[in-house]
Design a protein around this ligand. Structure first.
Ligand code: MG
Ligand code: MG
Length: 246
């Protein structure tokens, strides 16, 4: 699906709201704060910007952000969990403006973290940017996954297979999917106006995942740390345009 310049303008606005939710939750996340407090801070941004949440109510999800500490890969539910010095925390959130969606995530250190945790965060973010770099017209979509995988595995980490990126527009999750690994075929040819959410999930240990009893939280099967970075990006005539920025 190719988006018109009018549609892209709305997606930029949604992206700015998501970027502000990131800014506010990042500033609030410190030892002693609960993940529910971060969700409340993100809700205030949505209200202030008159945007709606694409997370709240999604298959019954009860919050506007996902908070995924340590071995939680994605989809952690905000609640009573109190952040502690040495944690890493992934925050994923989105917003809808005039029917158009933005979606982005980041992982941060809570206070001082181990060198391994710091490196995992740095490598995962770098793998996202390597993927984004591939979103150029004429290129094939699955070059994104190949680039992400090269960075993550090159650093000795692993890439989650069961959860992937996606096209995005008038729904948060549109086809096609954007795997974070080479799926064995090059995928569709990219054209200007296509918009994707690229979102590497990188584990310090093996790539296997496990779903917790809450029905949402996805954790690493081996208990190792996991990081997650995501942006919403449009393929433009001049290269990738990241929409989820201030
Ligand atoms: Mg997301
Ligand atoms: Mg996403």
């Amino acid at each position: 699906m190719r988006r018109s310049s009018k549609e892209l303008a709305k997606m930029r606005r949604a992206g700015k709201v998501v970027a502000e939710m990131h800014e506010v939750t990042r500033a609030a996340a410190r030892p002693g704060v609960t993940t529910r407090q971060l969700d409340l801070a993100a809700r205030e941004v949505l209200e202030r910007r008159r945007a709606t949440s694409n997370f709240l109510g999604y298959h019954g999800f009860p919050a506007v952000i996902c908070t995924s500490p340590n071995d939680v890969i994605v989809h952690g539910i905000p609640g009573d969990y109190r952040l502690a010095e040495g944690d890493i925390l992934s925050i994923d959130c989105g917003a809808i403006v005039e029917g158009y969606h933005g979606d982005a995530a980041f992982t941060m250190a809570i206070g001082e973290v181990t060198p391994l945790a710091r490196r995992l965060i740095e490598v995962t973010e770098r793998s996202l940017w390597a993927g984004i770099e591939q979103l150029r017209k004429g290129n094939r979509l699955h070059e994104v996954g190949r680039a992400v995988q090269q960075v993550a595995e090159g650093a000795g980490f692993s890439v989650v297979r069961e959860y992937v990126g996606h096209a995005i527009g008038t729904a948060m999750h549109e086809q096609p999917q954007v795997p974070n690994y080479w799926p064995g075929s090059p995928g569709p040819t990219l054209k200007a106006g296509m918009v994707f959410a690229v979102e590497p999930m990188v584990n310090a240990g093996g790539p296997e995942t496990k779903l917790l009893d809450d029905g949402w939280s996805v954790v690493t099967a081996d208990g190792s740390l996991s990081a997650h970075f995501e942006h919403t990006i449009a393929v433009s005539d001049d290269g990738p345009e990241v929409l989820t920025v201030p």
